[in-house]
Design a protein around this ligand. Sequence first.
Ligand SMILES: *[C@@H]1O[C@H](CO)[C@@H](O)[C@H](O)[C@H]1NC(C)=O
Length: 251
Amino acid sequence: MSPWFPSAFRALAALSALSAVDGYFHHTHAECRYSSEDLKDTEFIGRYVFNKLEYLRYNSTMNKFIGYTEHGVKNAERHNKEGAAERQHANVDGYCKVNAANYFKSILWHKVEPTVEVTTVKASSERHTTKLQCSAYDFYPEGIKLKWLRSGVEVKDGVTATEELYDGDWYHQIHSYLEFTPQSGETIECQVEHSSLKQPKTYKWDPSLPEGERNKVIIGTSGLVLGLVFSIAGLVYYKKKSTGRILVPSS
Ligand SMILES: *[C@@H]1O[C@H](CO)[C@@H](O)[C@H](O)[C@H]1NC(C)=O
């Protein structure tokens, strides 16, 4: 949804493009200030700037234009007298508050649940045989907690983690590692706490071979079976041929 832009500013914005000649630049700046989510004290500020100098400002709290240069003061007086302030004040409801719902929904209140994977990685220490990695991808906003549970009990020993890494596309990722020696019968879980989740969510480690390894086993086994089929077929063919020769002697 594209934000609605105050109409009084649209005309001025067009003007600003025209006045950018040989490095002189005029621009107008529409600003909504929300001090709370209930929008009670929403303030609309309109700034008029030439060559980095703000010479005129509309402030909705005062419902007045204020000039900052001789030219600005003169124009502020004129605008205030001609009722331009009232027209600008309509932006508080018609522009700032209307857009706030969209901004809050899409930015402030926006939550995206992470995609979580628990995988086996090569152990780096001598002390333990197994190293697990719990990765949480593409969550929003920042602020996540990963915990390792061993049969339901949190483990802290042998745990390391990265910082929350920013992906550069609004989303974040984090990785936590657990080095340990598995015992039979226990369950290992990675527990995730994030604002997108009503309660912490756990992800179980599957101690069977990881996908890559499993594929290697499948390919290897298929090769073996195929080889056996050909050997047996060859053997059968050879047997048939040699017995055939004995049964039908030549001449
Ligand atoms: C607008 O005016 C109010 C009241 O004087 C003041 O508190 C506020 O700081 C002003 N805002 C800006 C951005 O100038």
